[in-house]
Write a protein that binds this ligand. Structure first.
Ligand code: S3P
Length: 237
């Protein structure tokens, strides 16, 4: 499963996403749609908009989101327009939990104003009015997320903790989880020991000792489990 962060510019998707991926523990990665587009196009998004136009940007965006939705155990940070696209919305919802970050229009402006030239959609004599209009246009799409968190008056860490507290019970429940997700875990940790604490995999290693050393602690409700190697004949589809 993936955790996807959607929502308007300046709501904290990338900062929260990066920290949330760390919080999720071993096996989780952070991926950022905008960063991948910029990397593959060898230019900033603002330049793609200016030199190639928005339709080209949206094509690249669709390609990256589709690719990411096929993989698992990622915290995905999306650009503000991704969840407005019906097909991408469906793919992301099917690939896991979708969390929409919001903020008040003035807070959004305060967060992005120092780099307004990098925000092609906010180029306007009145960026605050532009933010309000776009938010209104996108309201219905953003409302289709599983959960919405207003980041206006909270820190990044508080948002991360809130998401973590809500999702953790769904993600990994110790031994029971291991039994239910045996095949998935075998693909990732097959032939290794995994340390599970408070319902999530926090470390893995080829030996008990290595796994415990990587975990750094055995305090709390910690268990260590051997995950048999993946076997084609027993893996379920
Ligand atoms: C966009 C948001 C931007 C970026 C592009 C278009 C949008 O991403 O993808 O400028 O349509 O709202 P962030 O939301 O990460 O700033």
């Amino acid at each position: 499963m993936n955790i996807t962060l959607v929502g308007f510019m300046g709501t904290g998707k990338s900062s929260v996403g990066r920290r949330l991926a760390k919080r999720m523990g071993v096996g989780w990665t952070f991926v950022d749609v905008d960063a991948e587009i910029e990397r593959s196009a060898h230019m900033p998004i603002s330049q793609i908009f200016t030199e190639r136009g928005e339709p080209v940007f949206r094509r690249l965006e669709r390609r990256w989101v589709k690719r990411m939705a096929r993989a698992t155990h990622q915290v995905i940070s999306t650009g503000g327009g991704v969840f407005v696209d019906e097909e991408l919305r469906g793919l992301l919802r099917a690939s896991g939990a979708v969390i929409c970050l919001t903020a008040r229009p003035q807070v959004i402006l305060d967060r992005v104003k120092h780099k307004l030239q990098m925000r092609p959609l906010l180029r306007s004599d009145d960026p605050l009015a532009r933010i309000r209009t776009l938010l209104k246009e996108r309201e219905a799409a953003y409302a289709k997320a599983d959960l919405t968190i207003d980041t206006s008056d909270v820190t990044i860490d508080e948002v991360v903790e809130r998401i973590w507290a809500l999702l953790n019970p769904l993600l990994c429940k110790g031994w029971q989880y291991l039994q239910q997700h045996g095949d998935e875990l075998a693909g990732k940790y097959g032939g290794q020991y995994v340390v599970v604490r408070e319902g999530r995999v926090i470390a893995c290693g080829k030996t008990h000792l290595e796994a415990y050393q990587k975990a750094g602690t055995t305090e709390g409700e910690t268990g260590i489990y051997y995950i048999p190697p993946a076997s084609r004949s027993t893996a379920s589809a």
